[in-house]
Ligand binder design. Structure first.
Ligand code: HEC
Length: 147
C-alpha cells in the first residue's frame, strides 16, 4: 500500500516535471521561430538601406518565412506557457488572446499579399516596410523590454 503510494507520488512528480519540460520546449520553439523572423528580415532590411543589392528571390523567401511563421506562431502560446525559459512574453497575450492572434493573422495576410505585390525593387521599397511594421506593432505591448 505504502509502496503503491510512493510509486504513485513519484509518477505524479515525474509527470509534472515532464509537463514543465514540455512547456519550456514550446517557449524555446517560439523563441526559435522569432529568431528565424529576425534572421529572415536581415537581408531585406539591408536592401532597404542600400547596403545590399536588391535580390527578388531572397525577398520572396523572406516573405514566405514571414507568412509560414505567422500562421504557426499562435499555436506556440498555449495556456501554461506564461512563464519559464526566460520568456519575454507578457501576460496580456493570454488576457487579450483574440487581439494577439489577430495581429499574427494580419501579419500573415500582409506577408502573403506582399509576395504577390513585390515584383521589382520599387514595389519592394513600397511594400516591405509596411509588412515589417507588424514586428514592432506587436512587441510594443506583448513583449517585455530587455533591460
Ligand atoms: C503578434 C506578435 C508578434 C509579431 C507580429 C512579431 N513578434 Fe517577435 N516576439 C513576440 C513575442 C511575444 C516575443 C517573446 C517570446 C518569448 O520570449 O516567449 C517575441 C520575441 C522576438 C525576438 C526575440 C527572440 C528570442 O527569444 O531570442 C525576436 C528577435 C523577434 N521577436 C523578432 C521579430 C521580428 C523580426 C518580427 C517581424 C518580422 C516579429 N518578431 C513579429 C511577438 C511578436
Amino acid at each position: 500500500m505504502f509502496r503503491g503510494f510512493l510509486i504513485a507520488t513519484a509518477l505524479v512528480a515525474g509527470l509534472s516535471s515532464v509537463a514543465a519540460v514540455a512547456q519550456n520546449n514550446i517557449i524555446a520553439e517560439r523563441q526559435q521561430l522569432m529568431k528565424g523572423l529576425g534572421q529572415a528580415g536581415r537581408a531585406p532590411a539591408a536592401m532597404l538601406k542600400g547596403e545590399q543589392a536588391f535580390d527578388l528571390a531572397a525577398v520572396q523567401t523572406t516573405l514566405k518565412t514571414f507568412a509560414d511563421s505567422a500562421k504557426k506562431a499562435p499555436s506556440l502560446f498555449p495556456v501554461g506557457t506564461e512563464t519559464g525559459n526566460e520568456t519575454a512574453a507578457l501576460p496580456k497575450i493570454w488576457t487579450d488572446k483574440a487581439d494577439f492572434d489577430a495581429k499574427w493573422a494580419k501579419f500573415a495576410a500582409d506577408a502573403e499579399a506582399a509576395q504577390g505585390a513585390v515584383k521589382d525593387e520599387a514595389s519592394f521599397k513600397a511594400t516591405f516596410p509596411n509588412v515589417v511594421r507588424a514586428c514592432g506593432g506587436c512587441h510594443e505591448g506583448y513583449r517585455a523590454k530587455k533591460n
